[in-house]
Design a protein around this ligand. Structure first.
Ligand SMILES: [Zn+2]
Ligand SMILES: [Zn+2]
Length: 777
């Protein structure tokens, strides 16, 4: 048999996951000569020569035996002439791969590492920082690319004799050439202190922390991407104390459970949910609560889902194993409205009023990474917060960026982005940019991407939301002032639609988008939020329909107190006296902070035209939520709408509630005034509240879908695809309504997969909006 040679270009998640060492090992095992090296951010080049059977065995091993976190997307096999190479080597990375090196996201502890931690005979028994080539922190501990130990906060820990041996042993599957490894002898150390930073004497800090938690104390735990606050989830008094100290009356807390078995006692878990809970990304998953769940009702009041996740480091696993319940509240360790703490300076300053004790380690958290959150919408997985495990993996788009882009996102739940060539890299979830500390973080993580990918800010296009008051715009103005780069405004809902299009590979197609959320500054100066938008092949857009404009009196107050917004809608079709009578008979006067006075003020403001107009679906859902008394005070973003969705469970659809669409001046308008009147009549008529809630959401979805269906009739070159974006696009009943109408028309309805449909994904759309000349593709 003759000697043959092949060159392979392997594309996928192949860096930071032990891929090159694996190739090396496979080559030795198969008996082929050659080399392996990184040649691009997500590409590895392999050259192998040997006799035919050996090369074939090598290729088979690559496909079937690669490390678990590695994902092979494509393999290009090129036949070449043998070069007479002796042995097999890992070559230095090519220079061009440094510029385009993907920053590997953090990976949850693998089952092999966990097995070692739990094995009394293993030298890593009970070791909280165990990791290998397949798992462990990546982005959260990286100062710079590439992912080599000296570029991470593991640099200061010198490997002991045994670890060096493992690192150099090509036969060691998980530790040969693994950058982040350590052991109890040479790795990070743990200790525990009181709230003043005074050490608590103990031989086992994790067991001690578990004991304190079981006694009802709140313990701040330094983890992988930041601090958590850990507390018993089964004890009402403890949860109430945490809520008081954190000044967080209603917003749900996440629960970490030891494993899927324990989690299954709290929530219903199907096969898909189980897979996500055990995935290397290990996000928080919102799942339906069990009726017999031992979790305190105060953990997620008014919601039918619980946010559950499982340990993603040995530290978390050991803590959970030692607490009596096997599950705990693990909520972000941040002060109200502030970013999660990543160092002791922040923790002792901001969390000492919340936590009683601190479980601390000495490994530096370089980049803050919050826990990611996903949910199910109409049976499909949707991302709500993109951070640990997902960020900052890049997203390839079907077109090229002529110039580098820096996108600053929106305002709430924000993330920024940079883009170059055919890639968009979103920062991890940053938070609500209206807070200055969070704005600082946005700056910091955008700059991290700018440095990593050597983006020339001077030459870049800076993209901001059109909203004149968004704080993130200030950051863009600063960049523009310092570097002289151009700032471009992109309309919020158009960006939402583009974001989903980019995620689903639809750039260049004629697509309809439904963008629904709470607030977005419109092209006409009104507050948009219930939009149907057509995007053409050249990325130009047209607003083809929207929810009817409603008066919003006094902006923020009407968002915080949904009854105010309800009152202004009622004023449109009822006389003053009738509005008062209706709000009184619904028992809603007391839900306005200034009662009757406020009621009269809102009606008179509407009469005199003192309001801004809004087509926001969020406000309409708020009004329904208030009508049904599901939520009349909003303590966190989206609360009335989320509680309305939860409340609908078990309701039946009512044929008598309807929403009409009319054509007005070339646009379609969904008539929400008549709709609210309809809902009001059903509430006063004593219909079942859950059924009213359920039907109202389905009908809004159907109405938006009718706008799409009407517009695409006769629309040339329509791709047959509708994308759904915006914070309200995660609402199961709205999506169900949209799908029901459009599936009858043979139109496909798509949600984003890799980015959140909410404002956390807007920066992707903002970046894509700068692409021009696309019809030449
Ligand atoms: Zn591992
Ligand atoms: Zn060691």
């Amino acid at each position: 048999m003759g000697t043959i040679a092949v060159r392979l270009i392997i594309v996928g998640i192949v860096q930071g996951v032990g891929f090159r060492p694996f190739i090396h090992r496979a080559a030795i095992k198969a008996g082929v000569n050659g080399y392996v090296r990184n040649v691009g951010g997500s590409e590895v080049e392999v050259f192998a020569e040997g006799d035919e059977a050996k090369v074939a065995r090598f290729l088979r091993a690559i496909m079937t035996e690669h490390p678990p976190p590695a994902v092979i997307e494509e393999v290009e096999v090129i036949s070449e002439g043998p070069r007479g190479i002796e042995g097999f080597r890992i070559l230095k990375s090519e220079a061009r791969s440094l510029r385009e090196s993907m920053i590997p996201p953090d990976i949850a502890i693998c089952s092999e590492c966990l097995r070692e931690v739990l094995n009394p005979r293993d030298r890593r028994y009970g070791y909280a920082f165990n990791s290998c080539a397949w798992c462990g922190p990546r982005f959260s501990m990286m100062y710079r690319v590439p992912y080599d130990r000296e570029n991470t906060s593991m640099a200061k820990y010198r490997l002991c004799h045994n670890c060096v041996k493992e690192y150099r042993d090509v036969g060691n599957v998980r530790r040969y050439h693994a950058q982040g490894i350590s052991c109890p002898k040479d790795g990070p150390k743990l200790w525990i202190t009181d709230r003043l930073g005074k050490r608590v004497e103990t031989s086992d800090p994790i067991k001690e922390a578990a004991r304190l938690i079981d006694e009802g104390y709140i313990v701040a735990v330094k983890g992988l991407g930041g601090y958590h606050l850990a507390a018993l989830a089964s004890d009402d008094d403890v949860v109430a104390k945490l809520r008081r100290r954190k000044r967080r009356p209603q917003k749900p807390f996440a629960i970490m459970a030891l494993d899927v078995g324990v989690a299954g006692k709290l929530v219903y878990i199907d096969e898909l949910a189980k897979e996500i809970l055990n995935s290397p990304q290990r996000p928080i998953v919102l799942l339906p609560k069990r009726g017999d769940s031992p979790v305190s009702r105060l953990v997620s009041p008014g919601l039918d889902v619980e946010g559950v996740f499982t340990p993603y480091t040995a530290l978390h696993y050991l803590l959970l194993r030692n607490v009596r319940d096997g599950f705990l509240i693990m909520t972000s360790g941040n002060a109200y409205g502030k970013p999660m703490c990543i160092n002791e300076e922040c923790a002792y300053k901001l969390l000492s009023g919340i936590a009683d004790y601190f479980l601390v380690h000495d490994r530096e958290i370089v980049n803050r990474v919050d826990d990611s959150v996903v949910r199910f919408t109409d049976g499909e997985v949707v991302m709500l917060r993109r951070a640990r495990g997902y960020a900052p993996a890049w997203i390839r788009v079907k077109a090229g960026f002529q110039r580098p882009v820096i996108a600053f996102g929106a305002e709430l739940q924000s993330a920024g982005a940079v883009a170059f060539n055919d890639k968009v890299i979103l920062t991890q979830f940053i938070g609500d940019a209206e807070d200055l500390d969070i704005l600082e973080d946005l700056d910091r993580y955008i700059k991290f991407l700018v440095r990593t990918y050597r983006i020339d800010i001077k030459d870049s296009v800076l993209v901001v939301d059109k909203h004149p008051h968004y704080t993130s715009r200030r950051l863009a103005s600063t960049y523009s002032r310092v570097y002289g780069s151009r700032v471009v405004e992109v309309q919020h809902h158009y960006a939402h639609v583009l974001s989903v299009m980019a995620d689903r590979g639809l750039i260049g197609d004629v697509v309809m988008g439904i963008a629904i959320d709470g607030v977005g500054y419109g092209d006409d100066g009104a507050i948009w939020g219930g939009e149907v938008i057509l995007v053409r092949g050249d990325l130009s857009y047209e607003r083809v329909g929207h929810l009817e404009y409603q008066p919003l009196v006094g902006g923020d107050a009407s968002v915080t107190y949904p009854t105010r917004f309800l009152t202004s809608v009622l004023s449109k079709f009822l006389s003053d006296g009738e509005v008062f009578k209706a709000v009184r008979s619904l028992g809603l006067v007391k839900s306005l902070p200034r009662g009757e006075l406020e009621l009269k003020y809102v009606v008179s403001a509407v009469r005199r035209g003192y309001y801004v107009s809004t087509s926001s679906i969020g406000r309409v859902l708020d009004a329904v939520s208030s009508l049904l008394k599901v939520c009349t005070y909003r303590s966190y973003d989206g609360e009335p709408a989320m509680k309305l969705e939860a409340y609908s469970r078990g309701g039946a659809e009512l044929d008598s509630i309807d929403v009409k669409v009319r054509s007005l001046g070339g646009e379609y308008v969904v008539e929400t005034t008549a709709f609210i009147d309809d809902v009001l009549q059903h509430v006063l008529g004593g219909y079942d509240g859950r059924s009213i809630a359920l039907t109202a959401q389905i009908r809004l979805g159907e109405a938006l879908a009718h706008v799409v269906a009407k517009h695409v009739r006769g629309l040339r070159s329509f791709s047959g695809v509708v994308v759904l974006g915006g914070g309200a696009a995660v609402n199961t009943y709205i999506v169900r309504g949209v799908r029901r109408v459009l599936s009858g028309e043979g139109i496909e309805v798509l949600l984003p997969r890799r980015v959140p449909p909410n404002d956390g994904g807007v920066a992707l759309g903002q970046a894509v909006a700068t692409i021009t000349g696309i019809d030449s593709l």
